[in-house]
Design a protein around this ligand. Structure first.
Ligand code: CMP
Length: 135
């Protein structure tokens, strides 16, 4: 069954404050992706072309084989390689069957550039990860 993309996006913390018409426009860009438990969604060191928002399920993040946390509904991942056009910084594996909404790189950049609140939230996350990596 297809999900109500606008309703899902309205509950994503990254998009807090978005007006309904923005959510409707975004909902036409995001594509639904189903991923089976165990699926490797991003592989550290390899290239990748998706930005993902989790709708259902969860995923484990590892860097160098070390656990870096679990992501769940409302969380996003896959932004780093799309920002710097480098390889994936972490491996993300579906810890349960997942449903995600995904953007391609060519949709992701205008999405961030047009929404400063999204850019700021991503900068905060990047700064936090940098500090954690240096600790
Ligand atoms: P990207 O590098 O494109 O692909 C792997 C993704 O895992 C990365 O983007 C982030 O979204 C996410 N990620 C990387 N490092 C961490 C971390 N320390 N904690 C949680 N998520 C991370």
């Amino acid at each position: 069954m297809s999900i109500d993309t606008v309703a899902v996006l309205a509950r994503v913390p990254l998009l807090a404050g978005f007006e309904r018409r923005d959510l409707e426009r975004l909902s036409r860009q995001f594509r639904e992706r189903s991923l089976r438990e165990g699926a490797v969604v991003t592989s550290e060191g390899e290239s990748g072309v998706g930005f993902f928002v989790i709708v259902e399920g969860s995923a484990n993040v590892t860097v160098g084989g070390q656990p870096r946390g679990t992501l769940g509904p409302g969380d996003y991942f896959g932004e780093m390689a799309l920002i710097d056009e480098g390889p994936r910084s972490a491996t993300v594996v579906a810890a349960a069957d997942m449903r995600c909404l995904a953007l391609t790189p060519w949709e992701f950049r205008p999405f961030v550039e047009e929404h400063p609140t999204v850019a700021w939230a991503m900068l905060q996350t990047l700064a936090r990860r940098l500090r954690e990596a240096q600790a």
